[in-house]
Design a protein around this ligand. Sequence first.
Ligand code: NAD
Length: 334
Amino acid sequence: MKVRVGVNGYGTIGKRVAYAVSKQDDMKLIGVTKTKPDFEAYRAKALGISVYAASADFLPRFEKVDFEVAGTLSDLLEKVDVIVDATPGGMGAKNKALYEKAGVKAVFEGGENASTAQVSFVAQANYEKALGKDYVRVVSCNTTGLSRTLSALQDYIDYVYAVMIRRAADPNDSKRGPVNAITPSVTVPSHHGPDVQTVIPINIETSAFIVPTTLMHVHSIMIELKKPVTEKDVIEVFENTTRVLLFEKEKGFEGTAQLIEFARDLHREWNNLYEIAVWRESISVKGNRLFYIQAVHQESDVVPENIDAIRAMFEMSDKWESIRKTNRSLGILK
Ligand code: NAD
């Protein structure tokens, strides 16, 4: 039996999750919603994906250009077992009532408050918590990135301080900035630390800056250790951690540009880099402090988590079976 999946909000995350669902042999993509018949709607149709209007209010936009939709969100909800809500942040909480009424499980994204769902999810950190649940939130790209590496080091952590250098906008977003400034998040600590704590119980504080780039986020992470660890140990931990890859400056990975080029060279769809990239040379231990630097491809690191969340919600696989299946289907390197 295949789980029937719908995607509400076919944007940056929604289109990637829809693609990932279509690559699973235990899931079936039933359809996606669009608010307007733009190029993404035409492309979805060309790919054979059923396009639904996000609500009846949007139907005239489609009728005006004779774009035939398969129905509205309510029709889609009648045909699916689970909906992935990838609408802009905050909208998922409002949509939840529709999902409850339709008796459909829902996966929410990181733009929603933790209270919208029963569990905040990162597969390798807390897969079991989502088993059988109806509402699961896949945390934000930054929280996913922090949780992947920090959960692997959890036994060593006394206290984490992380500085997040955030991309200003996604590459397809020409409205957001800054174009020429470094903008600090003046709320210190930033919300990212508490968000990580919804996934793993660690002491963490974060601060954040937005910089004029679209490619990736970068995190500078400092850990106060509760037991000794060597650089070699940390490298070994990351080498054995799924969805985390080590990159070397010596091999030409000078910054995020080369990481994205690496994903392009892999012929990854949309140059997705699902894995968190840690610079090997940045891993350094000084006394009881561990330092490392990592990069997060904001458009794609959360995509495999959406797939694993669905498997957990329907108790289709155990943690490692799901992670391995998802990794294989998306060409994730380890
Ligand atoms: P996006 O703006 O790229 O896509 C949202 C899509 O929802 C768009 O296609 C938009 O047209 C559509 N939409 C707008 N109103 C709608 C409505 N009423 N009903 C249905 N669809 C509607 O946004 P995104 O970046 O994909 O973000 C989606 C979610 O994923 C947010 O919670 C966000 O915080 C989270 N997230 C985003 C990123 C990222 O870097 N882009 C990373 C991780 C998590």
